[in-house]
Design a protein around this ligand. Structure first.
Ligand code: MN
Length: 315
């Protein structure tokens, strides 16, 4: 069997999925995100018998690619992002296997699905992902973590997450997948500790710019960030620094803007639903989790998007 695997390559959840599947099947990993997912799917050619897609939210526009791949390979999706029932029904009608649950991280779902074939150390990997995705309370993750030394596993997890915050280079991420697939402890993976420390320093430097650059509109605060920064990370820092319920950050990407939103722990609104609805209204696309979501809209629609969002958050 020739396995291919496309995973979300930007964060520990996606990389742990990659490590677990490599452990299981020796799978090659294609690290993707929403900008290059279509291209990644387009690269899956006959010769593969089986494709796994993990920690990535498919959209309707990608269904033709899935249909093409189904012509020669089985397709399995393991994900935790909210999914339209019409889309999952469509994919199932193409014979796609969908393992989907929004209450745990994708790695916990992968772990749970294959746990009979995995060693005990795999649970630790799933915990790293749960901590970084803030899904420690998920039914699978919380059960896994009940028996763990939470401080130890949490520290290793956050070293990993912080390191990826500062180094998104392909060789670094590939090294992490390979090492994790052999159950290496993150602090022992070359470069992780140094990258994690530089990430902490980077966060503090961003925090120091927030009061001067962010705008506060009631429960929302927002600012623009430079091309070199992650909008999700900065949205989180805006929320954290100004202690507002929702932090938002955007950056320009050609004719479009990439927007990320982050919400406080007990936020009553669902930011994924809001991102999906408002981005559609303004000619883009978006979605995500209750407290972490993203959207892409035309640059010219940014102000209208922000005004609508501020209106929803400040009734
Ligand atoms: Mn995830």
């Amino acid at each position: 069997m020739q396995f291919a695997h496309i995973t979300h390559g930007d964060d520990p959840d996606g990389l742990v999925c990659a490590a677990l599947l490599r452990r299981l099947f020796g799978t090659e990993t294609i690290l993707a995100n929403y900008d290059d997912l279509e291209e990644a799917l387009g690269g899956i050619e006959p010769g593969y018998d089986s494709l796994y897609i993990t920690d990535l939210n498919l959209r309707e526009a990608l269904v033709p690619q899935i249909e093409r791949i189904r012509g020669f390979a089985t397709v399995t999706i393991i994900d935790h992002h909210p999914m339209e029932p019409t889309l999952s029904a469509w994919l199932r009608s193409l014979g796609v296997e969908i393992i989907h649950d929004t209450s745990d991280c994708a790695s916990a779902l992968v772990y749970d699905h294959f746990k009979e074939q995995l060693e005990k150390d795999a649970a630790r990997l799933a915990a790293y992902a749960a901590v970084n995705d803030m899904f420690e309370d998920g039914p699978i993750a919380s059960k896994l973590m009940d028996g763990m030394d939470r401080k130890f596993v949490g520290h290793e997890a956050l070293l990993l997450g912080s390191a990826l915050g500062s180094d998104q280079s392909k060789p670094f991420k590939e090294r992490i997948v390979e090492e994790l697939s052999r159950y290496a402890y993150p602090h022992r993976i070359r470069g992780v500790v140094e990258a994690a420390m530089s990430q902490l320093e980077k966060i503090v430097r961003i925090k120091e710019t927030v009061p001067g650059r962010a705008k506060i509109l009631g429960r929302l605060a927002y600012m623009e960030c430079g091309e070199d920064l992650s909008t999700g990370e900065v949205a989180n820092i805006v929320m954290d620094t100004l202690l507002v319920p929702v932090g938002l950050c955007w950056k320009e990407q050609g004719e479009m803007v990439n927007i990320s939103m982050r919400g406080e722990r007990r936020l009553p609104e669902h930011l994924g639903d809001i991102a999906s609805r408002l981005s559609k209204r303004h000619g883009g696309f978006g979605g995500g989790h209750a407290r972490a979501s993203g959207a892409k809209v035309p640059r010219a629609k940014l102000d209208a998007f922000l005004a609508d969002l501020a209106g929803e958050l400040n009734p």
